[in-house]
Design a protein around this ligand. Structure first.
Ligand SMILES: Cc1cc2nc3c(=O)[nH]c(=O)nc-3n(C[C@H](O)[C@H](O)[C@H](O)COP(=O)(O)OP(=O)(O)OC[C@H]3O[C@@H](n4cnc5c(N)ncnc54)[C@H](O)[C@@H]3O)c2cc1C
Length: 162
């Protein structure tokens, strides 16, 4: 069953604006599930708009990897926090919810691509950092990388003036 944003007046339908939220975010809360047990974990990401994927990196082991190996389906939420509206009992925000499936990154060429996407997304001076990581080849060696391929993405916002 597919749910739709109930409040049509707050739905972000414009795909460019939706992409802007994901481009400007730095981390996502990733919701995972294994045999009915939920697990939500926060991770930095890099957004590859052309590939409609979010790239992630982490240690080689841990709970989220065990969950993802058992069930690659995941749901991520990215928020732009516009602040609690004191006196109005509300919070202003723009957010995106992404439903998709995780794929592992193994091939060296895709790994390099993912690293570059993440650095360009997250770093203030990406070229400097990219130069440094290429000199220190070991920097990302002990990391697992994966991508969340976007299957469906929805957006919603509540502006401060509302
Ligand atoms: C803004 C932000 C950005 C982050 N970016 C990254 C990233 O890019 N890559 C990365 O690997 N990690 C990142 N982290 C840390 C991440 O949230 C996890 O702690 C980490 O990835 C380990 O996850 P795991 O499932 O392997 O946990 P494990 O080490 O296997 O631990 C499992 C248990 O530890 C507890 N736990 C795990 N993480 C947290 C947490 N963050 N807070 C409180 N309890 C926790 C939970 O109860 C969980 O059941 C980030 C955290 C924040 C807040």
């Amino acid at each position: 069953m597919t749910y739709h944003v109930r409040r049509h007046d707050r739905e972000i339908k414009d795909t460019k604006r939706l992409a802007e939220i994901v481009k400007s975010g730095q981390y996502a809360v990733l919701a995972l599930c294994r045999e009915g047990e939920p697990y939500a974990v926060t991770l930095n990401y890099g957004f590859d708009e052309a590939a409609q994927s979010l790239y992630f990196h982490c240690a080689l082991e841990g709970q989220k990897l065990d969950f993802l190996r058992a069930n690659p389906r995941a749901c991520a939420t990215v928020i732009r926090d516009l602040g609690y509206q004191h006196g109005h009992c509300s919070h202003a925000y723009a957010s995106a919810v992404i439903h998709g499936e995780v794929e592992w990154i193994g091939a060296e060429s895709e790994r390099q691509h993912a690293i570059e996407i993440m650095i360009r997304h997250l770093e203030r001076e990406p070229d400097k950092v990219l130069r440094k990581t290429s000199e220190q080849a070991a920097t990302w060696t002990h990391t697992q990388m994966f991508k969340l391929r976007i299957g469906r993405m929805t957006g919603k916002e509540r502006l401060p003036s509302e």
